[in-house]
Every structure is written in C-alpha cells, then in structure tokens.
Design a protein around this ligand. Sequence first.
Ligand code: ADP
Ligand code: MG
Length: 253
Amino acid sequence: MSALLELEGVEVRFGAVKALDGVTFSVQPGTIHSVIGPNGAGKSTLLNVLSGVYRTKAGRVEFEGKDITRMRADRITRLGVGRAFQNIALSGDQTVQENLMLGRHALMKSGFVANGLRLPSAVREERVHLERVHEIADFLDLEPFLESPVGELSYGGQKRVEIARALAMEPKLLLLDEPVAGMNANEKRYVSSLLKVVLESLDVTILLVEHDMEMVMSISDQITVLDFGRSIADGVPKDIQEDPAVIGAYLGT
Ligand code: ADP
Ligand code: MG
C-alpha cells in the first residue's frame, strides 16, 4: 500500500527558531494518524505546511504521489486536503446548513451569474450539494440543527460544525488541529466516536493534532511524536506509550 501523504525532511524556520527540523513520516490511507508533542513542538506549523499556508525551506511533501511542496493553498484544497481550523472561523449568524454549503463552494461548477439567475443547471447542482450536506450533517449528529444559527449551538456543537464544514469539501485527507480542546470528558468521547464513524463511512483519512492523550491513544492507528520540531518517534499507540524518548519529551528530561 502506498502512502497518501509523505513528508521528507520538512523544515520551517521563524527567525532563529526551527519550528520544523527535518520532519519525515508518512500517512497511510484509511487511517487516523495523530501528531502529538509538547507545546511549541511544531504541530500547528506542520498543518500549516500541509495546507499550503507556510512553505517549507527544505524537504518535500507528496500527496497521492504528487509534489505539493510549493503549491498554493487553494490548489492543495482542490486536490483533496481539507482542514478544520483551530480557532472557530464560522459565521455565527448563518445557519449550520449555510456554513456547510460554504464548505462546498470550492466544488461548485456553476458560476456566480448562473446561481444568481437560478438557471436550471444551477438549481440542480445546488440540490445535489444540499443532499450531500444533509448526509454529512447526519454523520456528525447535526441534522436537527441545520436551520439553527451556528452561534446558538453549544461549544461542542460548533466544533462539530467546523469538522462537518471541512468534510463538506469532500477531502481525501482531513486535517484537524485539536478538535476536542476545551471539551469535557463526555464530549471528547462523543467526538472520538463520531470521528470513527466518519472514517468508516466516508472515504477519508484523518491527520489529527491533539493534546488529549486518552483520545489519541484510543483512536489512532499510528502516532508521530514531535519535539522541538523533530520527529522523535513514530509507531502504534502501545509502542508510543512505552517509548522512553516520548516519555522524556513530555517530562522535559
Ligand atoms: P504547537 O502547535 O506544537 O504548539 P507551533 O507549531 O504553534 O507549535 O509552534 C512551533 C514553534 O514555532 C514555536 O516555538 C512557536 O513559537 C514558533 N512559531 C509558530 N508560528 C510562528 C510564527 N508565525 N512566527 C514566529 N514563530 C512562530
Ligand atoms: Mg498548536
């Protein structure tokens, strides 16, 4: 099986800080692959490189065998890398459905004019998009809230809309940056179970950056550990838990 995503020697600097320093690992299709590490390890920087927000100074990133190292963010999105942002960037006044439809705009064929004139082709296309949005909402238990303004949902509900909006782009690879941050233990377990349903039901691979160890250990197929911008370990949860280098990084020894 060839990798969906491959990173080799990825390097990002901010002045004197090496946020990423020769990061090398690969993500297999159909898996939940987690990236963990102490604060400042370079996890968010890594997601920014993968989505084309930052450029790597050295090294190479391949998605489905294509070199995306220097590709623009919008092209990477169109190739099938979707992202839910850490800080909530939803429009609170708009309904859940409207927010999810926004996630689909990148996929829409009809232009602005055809949509505005409500041409039959545009109406047909919109109906297909709406059906898909309903399906995705269903996977994340958001169906009952489709007509509600996002701002009226609970914090956990809004986080689920964020994930759903990224999924609405029908990515092959979904990037998640700390999706359960700020949730209580029950909500965390709930979102974990939803992510597993998403993985099994949609043809998507998940790259998860997450602090919550209980979630990471229970949900991940594979884990990469970053420390000071370097990948210090890569393995299945059981091996990572017992790895002395990982324990050392978390204890700061
Ligand atoms: P993590 O997400 O693992 O907590 P980050 O990727 O946010 O870590 O940060 C990695 C390192 O890069 C940190 O030392 C951080 O201060 C630095 N850094 C991240 N983004 C920037 C930036 N835009 N400008 C300067 N330094 C940054
Ligand atoms: Mg971060």
